[in-house]
Design a binder for this molecule. Structure first.
Ligand SMILES: N[C@@H](CCC(=O)N[C@@H](CS)C(=O)NCC(=O)O)C(=O)O
Length: 249
């Protein structure tokens, strides 16, 4: 319905003048984007997921915040389903999440998937609205990925849950160092949240999802819950956890 109306508008306008024609082409592009959104929703994008895995959760929260429904496909990591030949065709890195489109094309990497979803459904905006905000949100998101997620990852790989899998040679000293780095980073964040409501300023963005999923995973499975004395960090955590989209596990 919406598609037909907008196309009619395009056709009507295009015959009046060159100027209006250009404007209406923009309308058509906008309109086709909208159709794509509807089409992708109708065609069921599949998200390869595993309950409790933090990187797919980053995508699930993002989608929930935007009201996008994804068809979840259980990729049982315990059984190694993310390393099978057929899964490696979807993502040669053998990791989840992967978004599979209706025509079989696949997008790995949680940030890349979310860029795709943001392009399809621009509102509510979660990546940044103007040149500065886009760059600032990206910088905050990257810092949390590179300075916190990596340290939590080291503690996880060298910690007790992974020890039970007997797959990796563990390095206890690496875990001692990364545990300390995580605690120091929590202190830095606490300090930042004393003057800032969200990770990238005054509104909720993708960077908050990156931090929330990191902390929840660290607290639940890596024994790295932030100290309750870090009251600003605790306030931020309670505040974002209340959002319906963030209740997705
Ligand atoms: N940078 C990737 C990381 C994906 C990732 O590490 N996913 C984990 C699950 S939460 C995984 O599949 N691990 C399996 C492995 O590393 O072999 C992203 O953001 O999607």
């Amino acid at each position: 319905m919406q598609f037909t109306l907008l196309v009619n508008k395009y056709v009507d306008c295009s015959i009046t003048s060159q100027n209006v024609h250009i404007k209406s082409e923009i309308n058509l592009t906008y309109c086709l984007t909208k159709v794509n959104i509807l089409t992708d929703k109708v065609l069921n994008m599949k998200l390869y997921d595993f309950l409790g895995a933090p990187n797919p959760r980053r995508v699930k929260i993002f989608a929930a915040e935007k009201g996008i429904e994804l068809d979840l496909v259980d990729c049982n990591m315990r059984k190694g389903e993310h390393k099978t030949a057929s899964f490696l065709m979807k993502n040669p890195s053998g990791k989840i999440p992967v978004l599979e489109l209706d025509d079989g094309r696949c997008i790995p990497e949680s940030v890349a998937i979310r860029r795709y979803l943001e392009a399809l459904t621009p509102e509510p905006n979660l990546f940044g609205k103007d040149a500065y905000e886009l760059a600032f949100v990206e910088s905050r998101n990257r810092q949390i990925e590179l300075e916190l997620w990596t340290q939590i990852g080291t503690s996880w790989i060298n910690g007790p849950v992974v020890a039970q899998m007997r797959k990796f040679k563990q390095i206890p000293d690496a875990k001692i160092a990364s545990d300390k780095n995580v605690q120091r980073y929590y202190e830095r964040l606490d300090n930042e949240f004393s003057s800032c409501e969200y990770v990238a300023g005054s509104r909720f963005t993708i960077a908050d999802i990156t931090l929330l999923t990191a902390i929840d995973f660290a607290a639940a499975l890596v024994n790295l819950k932030p100290d309750s004395a870090l009251s600003h960090l605790e306030r931020w955590h309670a505040n974002v956890s209340k959002r319906p989209g963030c209740s997705v596990v």
